[in-house]
Design a protein around this ligand. Structure first.
Ligand SMILES: Cc1ncc(COP(=O)(O)O)c(C=O)c1O
Length: 339
């Protein structure tokens, strides 16, 4: 089966699977005190600097939620885009586990800007209102779009002027890096991002995410929150192995480049079909389109994908490191037949 539903549908990249097997022979210390996890942390430090505090996690939702729990108090709120994963796709984990309020702004193609954030700060110092403490942006966004370096920096500068922190949900940071032609450091540390959820799972790993406190002060004691949050993985070496493979010989770059390129090819091919309309700029590995409603169920039978907005007949097609040009050709040819 080849799906266009999500990069979560694809398997584990063979080099990552091989590294998991490579570390499987001996006994090793648990809970991250092992040479494999240490080697992976070392590789992360090359990207984010030796001051950054880095914690391996198993899921993106837990990473976002526990970071936000750690850097806020119960009277705080987090500002994000209306389309943000933390707002619509994490089953209220931030509200339930971090115990804070989410305030969302209407975003354009999934992106916030200073103008959309500023009105949400109006109730600061009013004891009756929750107090915004963090701006959370996703890079790339849930709609596949990318903040330029200048856009990220403008949000970070504004946040810091206002005494707020910036969290970046980087579940697909690699795809955004390829689009920008920028390093992880340029996109985060140099723009002023305080804390990052770094995603490996969607880029070829099995279950490897990381909480990266670029500002080490705010990462102090996170190890206890991770444990209470049930994310201190006992056989951590297997997460370390995944990251070790992903960050060696720029595998992360190869995987994200392939995913992005195939989405571009898909977008070019469907652009020629008059019944299909692209609804958001295709900047990474997601193509959002409206299609005639009758084709959706039949196409889904052959190639699973998500309906994004049923009322608008809008769907999301997503590529991954595992998608091939042939998959895209077969998909487009089935789409044309159904139309
Ligand atoms: C932007 C974004 N952030 C976070 C997540 C959460 O990841 P997980 O499903 O591992 O909890 C996802 C998953 O789709 C995502 O798309």
């Amino acid at each position: 089966m080849r799906a266009f539903a999500s990069d979560n549908y694809s398997g584990v990249h063979p080099l990552i699977m091989q590294e998991i097997i490579n570390v499987n022979s001996d006994d090793m210390s648990s809970y991250g005190n092992d040479p494999v996890s240490e080697a992976a942390l070392e590789l992360f430090s090359k990207h984010f600097g030796s001051d950054a505090k880095i914690f391996f996690m198993a899921t993106g939702t837990a990473t976002n939620t526990l970071i936000l729990k750690h850097i806020t108090n119960s009277w705080n709120s987090v500002i994000c885009a209306d389309t943000a994963h933390i707002n619509v796709d994490e089953c209220g984990a931030v509200e339930a586990i971090a115990g804070i309020k989410i305030i969302h702004a209407e975003a354009v193609h999934g992106k916030l800007n200073v103008e959309s954030i500023a009105p949400l700060l109006a109730g600061r110092k009013d004891v009756h209102q929750s107090q915004p403490a963090v701006i959370s942006i996703a890079q790339n966004t849930e709609l596949g779009t990318v903040y330029t370096l200048a856009e990220t920096k403008a949000i970070c500068d504004y946040a810091h002027e206002q005494g707020l922190l910036v969290h970046m949900d980087g579940a697909r940071l690699a795809n955004a890096a390829i689009r920008l032609g920028a390093s992880f450091k340029e996109m985060t540390v140099d723009c002023g991002v305080d804390v990052l959820s770094f995603g490996g799972t969607k880029n070829g790993c099995m279950c490897a995410e990381a909480a990266i406190f670029i500002n080490p002060e705010i990462g102090k004691n996170f190890e206890f929150v991770r444990k209470q949050g049930m994310q201190l993985i006992s056989k951590m070496r297997y997460v370390g192995a995944q990251f070790k493979a992903l960050l060696t010989d720029e595998l992360w770059k190869k995987n994200a480049t392939k995913a992005n390129e195939l989405a571009t090819i898909l977008a070019h091919k469907v652009q020629e079909i008059s019944e299909v309309k692209i609804t958001h700029p295709v900047e990474t590995n997601a193509v959002f389109v409206t299609v005639p409603p009758h084709v959706i169920p039949q196409l889904q039978e052959k190639f699973p994908f998500y309906v994004w907005d049923e009322s608008a007949s809008e769907v999301r097609w997503m590529t991954s490191w595992a998608t091939t040009e042939e998959d895209v050709e077969n998909f487009v040819s089935s789409l044309k037949d159904l139309i």
